[in-house]
Design a protein around this ligand. Structure first.
Ligand SMILES: C[S@@+](CC[C@H](N)C(=O)[O-])C[C@H]1O[C@@H](n2cnc3c(N)ncnc32)[C@H](O)[C@@H]1O
Length: 243
């Protein structure tokens, strides 16, 4: 017979990541989106080690959730300035990290926002950041790549083209969603594996960032509409090899 853990243990486990994030980050203004403060880290490496200690595991991915990435900042700014893109709509924020883009969509009037990230710490960060910004966001740690996303009208993805093995799969999934009538908006500073074609640039911003995670203090990040497979998208200029 499987004996369920006592309720207090379940609650403690669920609260642990949130307490850890509260203790290891500072609620900070987001440079391009000052309306949305986030729990972010001032230094990546110490936080990374702390996360590994917290879980008693080495070799974890970096704490992506602890920063507002340039692509996400651009997309969030665009949504707040163009709320009609999501107002009254059912929205997915894929690769949500801190939840910045999801929070912007909720603030812009989306009727329902699902934030997806495979990192359990990201889910805790999204919950905490959503609460700090007074919005409701549903979260999932399911890997949705390949899912038909029935019922979703808009798909948002901030800074998700940073790894070769995943970028191709994410791109073809997003293109499939665009091909079935969904609006797919991507925020990206032309990372190494950003798709070079079939993206229409909507707008661009100079985003203040940190040398903790980038090689310059400012990155140019654009908002792109992803065209369905086979559509005549305006080819985006080549990817920036600086990562
Ligand atoms: C560079 S961060 C960007 C976070 C946020 N969108 C932003 O712009 O600040 C990329 C995020 O994608 C998440 N991610 C990677 N593969 C994923 C997948 N298959 N499903 C959901 N999230 C994924 C990572 O865990 C990470 O939090």
């Amino acid at each position: 017979m499987i004996v369920p853990p006592p309720l207090h243990a379940v609650i403690a486990a669920a609260e642990a990541p949130e307490a850890f994030i509260r203790d290891s980050t500072v609620l900070t203004e987001t440079p391009l989106v000052p309306e949305i403060p986030l729990h972010v880290a001032s230094e990546v490496v110490p936080l990374w080690h702390l996360t590994e200690e917290e879980l008693g595991r080495a070799g974890l991915p970096p704490p992506f959730w602890a920063f507002a990435w340039a692509g996400g900042q651009a997309l969030a700014r665009y949504l707040l300035d163009h709320p009609e893109r999501v107002r009254g709509k059912v929205v997915l924020d894929f690769g949500a990290g801190s939840g910045l883009v999801a929070i912007a969509a909720a603030r812009a009037g989306a009727s329902h926002v699902l934030a997806a990230d495979i990192d359990p710490f990201a889910l805790a960060a999204i919950r905490l950041n959503a609460r700090a910004n007074g919005v409701r966001i549903e979260v999932t740690d399911r890997d949705l790549v390949g899912d038909p996303m029935a019922g979703f009208e808009v798909v948002l993805a901030g800074d998700v083209f940073y790894e070769r093995p995943t970028a191709r799969a994410i791109e073809s999934w997003l293109r499939m969603l665009a091909g079935t009538g969904r609006d797919v908006l991507v925020g990206d500073p032309r990372r190494s594996f950003f798709p070079g074609a079939g993206m229409r640039q909507v707008t661009a911003y100079a985003v203040k960032t940190t040398r903790e995670i980038e090689d310059s203090d400012v990155r140019n990040a654009a908002v792109w509409e992803l065209m369905p497979a086979g559509a005549d998208g305006e080819a985006a200029p080549g990817a920036d090899a600086s990562g």
